[in-house]
Structures are given as C-alpha cells and as structure tokens.
Design a protein around this ligand. Structure first.
Ligand SMILES: Cc1cc2nc3c(=O)[nH]c(=O)nc-3n(C[C@H](O)[C@H](O)[C@H](O)COP(=O)(O)O)c2cc1C
Length: 205
C-alpha cells in the first residue's frame, strides 16, 4: 500500500444553494459552477418563482425541468421546493454551508421569522440552529424598514448578509461577469471556499 493510500482522504464538502424569486440568477449559476468545478457537492433548490425568474433571465425555455438548462454534474443534485425529505432538511445531514442567492425579500422575511414553508427556508433554519454558515444575498432596492429589520434579525441569528453590490476599486472595466464574480467570490469567502475570482486588495496584479 502506498503512502498516499494511508492518508485520510479530505472530505468532499457539501453545500446547499437556494435560489429564490429575486433578480440575479446569474450569480447563483456562477456560484454553483465554481463549487462543482472545485470539487464540492451541491444541493440545489429553487422556489417556484425562483425557477420562473431564472428561466426568464437566462433565456431558458419555460417549463424546462432543471433550473440551469445545460448544467449536469455527478455532484449536483436538484431538489423540489416542497421536498422536505431532502437530507439537508435535518441538522443530522453533514452540510458545510448554505447560500440563498439571490434572496427575495419574502424569503428574507420568512427565514428571519422561522417560517419554513419550503425547502430553502427549512434548510436555512437548520443552518442557523446548527450554527453553520448561512450566506444570504438579498436583492432589492431601495430597502424599506421591514427589509432592513429582517436582515438585522438574520445577522443576529448568525447569518451573513452579502448583498450583490458593485465593485469599482479593482477596475473591472465594463464587464458584468467581473461584477458578478466579485459577488460570487465574497459569498465563497464566507462559505470558507478558497477562490481567486477577483483581484484582492493588496495582492499583486
Ligand atoms: C421577474 C421578477 C423579478 C423579481 N425580482 C425581485 C427582486 O429582485 N427582489 C425581491 O425581493 N422580489 C422580486 N420579485 C418578487 C418575488 O419573486 C416574489 O416576492 C415572490 O413571492 C418571492 O418568493 P420566494 O421568496 O419564495 O422565491 C420578482 C418577481 C419577478 C416575477
């Protein structure tokens, strides 16, 4: 037996990505692709409106069964929003982190108030009760007092709010994808996933 066979294998990490009905599904698509390409497993769950908005924004024919038409991977599992039999609906499943990207204000409000009437919200509730990373990428502008209060509640409960803000200090030019990847990178940072998706402040260009 070789030396490497004696070494404990690094555990493949598992993440839940929730896609709700806010604008910005390309952020979720880039995030899921990166996680899969870097050797992680992804459990993907979209709300009913999340699927409609994603198909609309990404020009995927209405009624397509999967969320992202051309994405197939052995480590990608897609779950229905009402499938509470998914393993990650329980804290006993070994999930390393979750992101809700993009997160509509309805889902923000529900998770903040413990209303877990779909699988995205239930999985988020589980992450908070288990003290595991939960990253929320809320998308709305402007934000009213209710939105802000709900996000404060989520932060106090242990979630990290990463809004899809624009970046300028790294001179992204006019590329939307660079702006998207900046947000994806900040989400990955808070899920504890190494990435070099953008030029970090203070690093060599
Ligand atoms: C095309 C489209 C874009 C939307 N964009 C947003 C958005 O950016 N932010 C938001 O909070 N809601 C947005 N909504 C409204 C949500 O989809 C709606 O509130 C829905 O109830 C969200 O449900 P969910 O949180 O279960 O996905 C949008 C709806 C549509 C049809």
């Amino acid at each position: 037996m070789s030396n490497s066979e004696n070494q404990p294998q690094a555990k493949r990490r598992e993440f839940v990505i929730g896609v709700s009905g806010a604008s910005g599904s390309i952020i979720a698509e880039r995030l899921v692709r990166f996680l899969l390409e870097s050797g992680n497993a992804v459990h993907l769950v979209a709300s009913k409106t999340g699927k409609l908005v994603t198909h609309d924004e990404m020009n995927i024919p209405a009624g397509t069964r999967t969320l992202f038409a051309d994405m197939e991977h052995e480590n990608l599992t897609e779950w229905g929003e009402k499938n509470f039999y998914a393993p990650f609906a329980s804290g006993t499943a070994p999930i390393d982190g979750m992101a809700i990207v993009p997160c509509a204000m309805t889902t923000v409000a529900s998770v903040a108030h413990g209303i877990s009437d779909n699988l995205i919200k239930r999985a988020a509730e589980v992450m908070l009760k288990e003290g595991r990373p939960l990253v929320i990428c809320p998308r709305e502008a402007p934000l009213n007092q209710i939105h802000l209060q709900n996000m404060l509640t989520l932060t106090k409960a242990g979630a990290t709010i990463v809004p899809p803000v624009l970046t300028f200090y790294q001179h992204p030019g006019d590329s939307v994808i660079e702006q998207v990847d900046y947000v994806v990178s900040r989400i990955l940072d808070h899920l504890g996933v190494d990435n070099e998706l953008f030029h970090r402040w203070g690093s060599e260009r």
